[in-house]
Design a protein around this ligand. Structure first.
Ligand SMILES: Nc1ncnc2c1ncn2[C@@H]1O[C@H](COP(=O)(O)OP(=O)(O)O)[C@@H](O)[C@H]1O
Ligand SMILES: [Mg+2]
Length: 369
């Protein structure tokens, strides 16, 4: 490795979170420590093309009224090449490869399918390139809400009542699915099993609307999860850092999401477009017993799911106790997102958080871990 490791930062992606990923990349571009790391920026455009983006362009990405940043698919193609001595990123200029630079580690700033679900992690495993964040299986398990609930429940961790509906279940035996769902108490939350950003999720108040909500979720994923809704709950999230050189995961201060619009859940609009609908309260004002339980569950969930690097564990805090909603292995990571903010509240500033994640990933052994 050269004196400074070169970090391949991958952002954009062919997903509904393309723009937010570009903004995250801009945040990382201003924060990553230039004294420690060189960088190489690769954007995945809508449609999937990989292109080389210069750092000034990355820094310019921001969301403003009428303006959403996007990776320009017309930029020079970027290629990942595995050579005997390591991995290089090159540009394709006509039929020639130019500008090849060695890269030592990947920082994946993508969310959802083909970013957070083990697919790109598998690509980097095949190239022998270390990367920040959870590995192939853990990423896939955390992306799939049915698989995640099975693993969490098997580890004795609390998840709410739900049913999983495979594509085959719905196409061949819809009546059996609806009969099973009748055991759940309304309201229900119907979700694509492997979605994100609340896309395709419906809150269903009555049985008459269930089938339509399942069809809506199926437009995003043929596999669907139907959950019993928690009412009177608080949404509390915890940042977790997992480093195999330490015996236990590190946990951050808790953050609470308060959606301050009646009858509304934390949907896509509240997450990204109408920030005035949401307050992030850090630290979450919880009774000490509940706070301890949320933090304990956050660490235990990451261990059960084999998370490496980082995760944000989202819980529902109710009078009956704390339940795990989901584990995100690439949580929102703009400087204003909850994950960096709960770490800042715990004494770890954004730049140091990025450094810590990169150093942890560089210290991991290659191969099966
Ligand atoms: N079982 C549930 N009970 C109550 N609210 C829920 C439930 N499941 C989801 N929600 C609401 O919907 C939001 C999005 O659901 P979530 O499972 O986190 O999906 P995503 O992976 O898209 O973020 C949650 O933040 C919460 O506001
Ligand atoms: Mg969520």
């Amino acid at each position: 490795m050269a004196s400074k490791p070169r970090v391949l930062v991958v952002f954009g992606g062919d997903s509904p979170e393309h723009e937010i990923s570009c903004v995250t990349a801009a945040g990382v571009a201003s924060a990553i420590d230039p004294g420690r790391y060189d960088t190489c920026w690769v954007g995945i455009a809508r449609g999937g093309a990989w292109v080389s983006v210069d750092e000034d362009t990355v820094r310019s990405y921001r969301i403003a009224p009428g303006l959403l940043p996007a990776v320009d698919p017309g930029l020079p193609s970027a290629l990942l090449v595995r050579r005997p001595g390591g991995v290089e990123v090159a540009q394709l200029d006509g039929e020639r490869l130019t500008g090849a630079v060695p890269v030592d580690i990947a920082l994946i700033l993508l969310h959802g399918p083909y970013g957070e679900d083990g697919t790109i992690q598998g690509l980097f495993e095949m190239h022998g390139l270390p990367y920040v964040g959870a590995g192939v299986f853990s990423s896939a398990a955390c992306q799939d809400k049915i698989a995640m609930n099975l693993i969490l429940a098997a580890a004795g961790l609390p998840v709410g009542p739900y049913i999983g509906i495979s594509d085959a279940d719905w196409r061949w035996d819809r009546q059996a699915v609806l009969a099973k769902a009748a055991a759940l108490v309304y309201p229900l939350f119907v979700k694509p099993a492997r979605g994100g950003s609340s896309i395709g999720i419906s809150r269903v108040e009555a049985q008459a609307d269930l089938a339509a909500a399942i069809e809506t979720a199926r437009r995003h994923d043929p596999n669907v999860i139907v959950e019993q809704g928690f009412t009177d709950m608080r949404e509390v999230e915890c940042g977790v850092l997992v480093d195999r050189r330490e015996a236990a995961p590190a946990v951050s201060a808790l953050g609470e999401i308060r959606v301050n619009k009646v009858d509304k859940f934390y949907d896509f609009e509240a997450k990204y477009l109408a920030e005035e609908q949401v307050d992030l309260v850090i630290p979450a004002p919880l009774e000490p017993d509940l706070a301890r339980e949320a933090v304990r569950l956050a660490a235990a969930a990451c261990q059960a799911l084999g998370v490496e690097g980082l995760a944000r564990v989202d819980t529902f805090v109710t009078a009956a106790g704390v339940y795990i909603n989901e584990v995100n292995t690439m949580p929102g990571f703009t400087p204003r997102s909850l994950f960096p903010r709960v770490w800042a509240a715990s004494g770890l500033a954004y730049t140091d958080l990025v450094t810590r994640l990169i150093e942890e990933a560089l210290a991991r052994p290659q191969g099966l871990r």
